[in-house]
Unconditional design. Structure first.
Length: 374
C-alpha cells in the first residue's frame, strides 16, 4: 500500500453527515430503503426485508449524537411497524437482529420505552427459536434449507446477548455463544478468511459442505462476509469477555487489512481473480469493517489496538473522499459503489442502506459515540 496521510477531520465530517441525513430524512420519508441505483433514489422494500432496520438505525444514531428531535420522531414508530408485520404473514428470518437492534433495542436504551423492550424480547425469542440443537447453529433463511447457516448471523447475536441481560435469562446468551463457537469451528478459516454458507444435516448436525454464496466460490474471500465475521466476533468478545472470540476477530481483521487495495476500500471478493482488475468494490464491506475495527481497537490496550483504529480511519477517509455523494444533494444515499450479490448479478455498483448505516456508525464512533446498537 502507498503511504497514507491522515487528513480526516472527524468533526467536519460529522457536520457533513448531519446535513446529509437531514436531507435524506426529507427525501426518504417512510420508505424502507435497500438499494439506490443510478437515479440516486432509494427503493421501498417490504418491512420484513432484512435491511429494514438500517435507515431507522441511522436516525437513532443521529438523535443520540445530536439530540435533535426530528431524528427521534422519524425513527420512533419503526419497531411498531415491524411488530405489526411479525403478527401477520411474513418472511422474517435469522436477520431479525438487523431489524430490531437498530429499532426496538436502541429505542429502549435511549428512551426506556416499555413497548420497545417488549418488542426487542419478542424478536429475541424468534431468533432463539431458529437454533438447531444438534448442529449448534442458528438456521439461515426460510424454506426447505433447514440445515443452512451463514456468516451474516454473527452480527445478529447481539440481540440474544442483550435479551439475556435485559431479562435475566441466560438461555439467550447460551444460544448466541453456541452459534459463535460454531462460527469459530466451521466458518472462520485458519488464514482469517471466511466461509459464507455452511450446510449441516439438520437432524444429526453433521457438517456436510461449504457453499460460496455471495462470494465467487466456496474457497474465495467474500469481503462483506469477512466484515460480518470481524465485527461479529469483536461483539461476541465484548458480550462474553472470552478472548477466544477476540483473537478470532483479530485473525479475520488481519486477513481483511492485508487484502485491501491501495485506496483501502475492498473489492467485493478478495479472491475474485488474480489481479482484481476491473472487479467492483463493495463500500458496504468497507464501512462495516471500519466500524468493526473500531470495536476491536476499543477492546484492546491502546498500543495493540492502534493498528486497527488506523485501518478504520483509512477506510473511512477513503470512503469519504472517493465514494460519497456529498456534491449531489438530491441523492438519497451516502455511499456509492456498493455490491450486493455479484454472482447473481444483483445490485452491483449501487448504494446500499447498510453501507450508509455502518459508515454513519463508524464516524459516530470516531466522534465519541458510546452507545452501541450491534
Amino acid at each position: 500500500m502507498e503511504a497514507w496521510e491522515n487528513k480526516l477531520n472527524v468533526s467536519l465530517l460529522w457536520e457533513q453527515i448531519e446535513r446529509k441525513v437531514e436531507v435524506m430524512t426529507a427525501l426518504i420519508g417512510d420508505k424502507s430503503p435497500h438499494v439506490a441505483k443510478a437515479d440516486g433514489k432509494y427503493d421501498d422494500q417490504r418491512i420484513d426485508w432484512w435491511t429494514s432496520g438500517f435507515w431507522p438505525g441511522i436516525l437513532w444514531v443521529m438523535y443520540d449524537m445530536t439530540g435533535k428531535v426530528q431524528f427521534k420522531e422519524a425513527a420512533w414508530n419503526w419497531d411498531e411497524r415491524l411488530e405489526r408485520q411479525m403478527l401477520a404473514p411474513n418472511a422474517f428470518d435469522h436477520d431479525v437482529g438487523f431489524q430490531f437492534l437498530p429499532t426496538a433495542v436502541i429505542k429502549y436504551e435511549l428512551t426506556q420505552d416499555q413497548d420497545a423492550v417488549r418488542r426487542g424480547l419478542f424478536a429475541a425469542n424468534f431468533l432463539a427459536g431458529r437454533f438447531n440443537l444438534n448442529g449448534q447453529f442458528i438456521r439461515a433463511w426460510n424454506g426447505d434449507k433447514h440445515g443452512w447457516s451463514i456468516i451474516d448471523t454473527s452480527m445478529n447475536l447481539s440481540l440474544l446477548f442483550w435479551a439475556s441481560r435485559q431479562s435475566g435469562d441466560p438461555r439467550y446468551a447460551q444460544v448466541a455463544q453456541a452459534h459463535a463457537d460454531t462460527v469459530l469451528k466451521h466458518f472462520i478459516r485458519e488464514d482469517g478468511s471466511v466461509n459464507h454458507i455452511v450446510c449441516f444435516d439438520p437432524g444429526s448436525g453433521e457438517c456436510l459442505e461449504v457453499l460460496g454464496g455471495q462470494g465467487q466460490s466456496p474457497e474465495s474471500g467474500w469481503s462483506r462476509g469477512t466484515a460480518w465475521a470481524l465485527y461479529g466476533m469483536a461483539n461476541t468478545y465484548r458480550h462474553t469477555g472470552d478472548r477466544t472470540y477476540l483473537r478470532a476477530a483479530q485473525r479475520v481483521a488481519h486477513f481483511f487489512m492485508a487484502n485491501l487495495p491501495e485506496d483501502y476500500v475492498p473489492h467485493w471478493d478478495f479472491r475474485a481473480d488474480a489481479s482484481l482488475a476491473g472487479e467492483p468494490r463493495d463500500t458496504s464491506a468497507g464501512a462495516c469493517a471500519a466500524s468493526g475495527l473500531l470495536e476491536l481497537a476499543e477492546s484492546l490496550p491502546v498500543i495493540e489496538g492502534r493498528v486497527y483504529r488506523q485501518a478504520a480511519e483509512r477506510i473511512v477517509q477513503s470512503l469519504y473522499e472517493h465514494y460519497g455523494t456529498w456534491e449531489d444533494e438530491g441523492h438519497e444515499a451516502i455511499l456509492l459503489q456498493g455490491t450486493g450479490h455479484k454472482p447473481a448479478k444483483d445490485n452491483v455498483d449501487v448504494s446500499l442502506i447498510y453501507g450508509d448505516y455502518f459508515f454513519v456508525e463508524a464516524v459516530a464512533k470516531l466522534a465519541g459515540w458510546k452507545h452501541r446498537i450491534f
